[in-house]
Design a protein around this ligand. Sequence first.
Ligand code: TYD
Ligand code: MG
Length: 476
Amino acid sequence: MTRPRERRRTVFLCRECGHESPRWLGFCPAPSCRSPLPLVETETAPVGVSRPGWSAAEAEPVLELSQLRPEDHPRIQLPSQELNRVLGGGLVPGSVVLLAGEPGVGKSTLLLQIAHFMASEGRSVLYISGEESPQQIKLRSERLGIVGHRVFLLSETDVDIIVQRLDECRPSLAIVDSIQTLYSREVPSGPGSVVQVREAGLRLMRWAKSRHVPVLVAGHVTKDGSLAGPRVLEHMVDVVTYLESQDYSSYRILRNSKNRFGSTTEVGVFEMTGQGLEEVVDPSQALLSQRYDQAVGTVLLPVLEGSRPLLLEVQALTSPTQLPVPRRVANGVDHNRLLMLTAVAGRRAGLELSGQDVIVNVAGGFRISEPAADLAVVLALGSSLHNVATDPKVVAFGEVGLSGELRTVPQAQRRLVEEARLGLSRCILPETALDGLSPPPGMELIPVRTLRQALRAGLGAARSPSVDQTVWDAPE
Ligand code: TYD
Ligand code: MG
């Protein structure tokens, strides 16, 4: 019998993006990377050595597209609407889902809860932890009220042994917590390194695909919020989803950055409670119930997160600055967008913010990336600056242009329906959005063309003695 040829190759690797170059080039040559870290010399895995979890005899046959039926591999439905929606309609057998998040955000908690969901439907789960001992996982499961029938635990970090155990146990779902702790003896570098993470990802992908079993993998993120490890890992797996939270908020938002089986715009909303993560099926209602009606500097707006409209609250606080350059703090909205809006509001609508520190916040720890939020941000700023509360039944949406004009936004009708569902009765919106719009019963539409008109409509009604009336009445 001929032994497979062992051939190792030396390459130079970028520690951030995983780019390989055969020669020493100093720094990463990939134009999209520009990492400040020098390349590291490393040996690749031996070529030609058989790897556990994969062999040529077991390789997939060639299939004709027309012969395949979608119902042959139905998605596994989880008893959580939020999870199913984010996954694109359920868990696809053979897929690898990477769940990324900061330490403490709740990745292990969510994974254990998913293990419990699957096990309670009669499927077996192998939960592999390289970070926690079975006893620690037991403690968490007690907190979550999970007994743990059909949930099997393995404390292991050697990926070769993991793949071997997976083959012995043949679970219906495999969970790996976390990818950064895994290592392969065939790769001569430490756990968590670019080569190791890539190798472990590759092995798990092969196993999942060849056995048609879904694998959920936890992954750590770096300080700037991106996934730690090589970029290739993100290309490799089928779904990359981030579990996010704003500081001190109990809400957790599950957001996809990649999904081969569904949309990346869908989000799932959860709340971290004493008994783990609970799904928030109606986040608009949950946020609205915490609203203080007479608050100054708050405005409601409907945003679209995937297929779902959400009613969020934008809050703004202005206060005279003590600094030579006033501060602009944006939580949940884009910082550059806020700078643009303060400039436009000052020049085009008479909102004098140049001597003011400005803080803008989206309640509940949500993040808005739509320009549709522009109008609500400016109204909240105006409300705070003039110290007048907006009408609690009013909502506003619209994009603001540089000349202070209001521009239409997509799916205005769906936004209006969500507002009406939650009992709101007045909506300030761009005049250009009126085309083809049929307001739900009881909803008064206030179409405006410019930011100045919008401020007059939103704040002018509540004229306050402290407000210089010329602000509202000045010509366009
Ligand atoms: P964990 O799932 O360990 O986070 P990760 O794996 O992302 O590092 O969650 C840790 C945090 O969640 C910890 O601060 C405690 C909190 N927590 C709850 O509030 N309720 C619970 O039921 C559980 C299990 C954890
Ligand atoms: Mg963890």
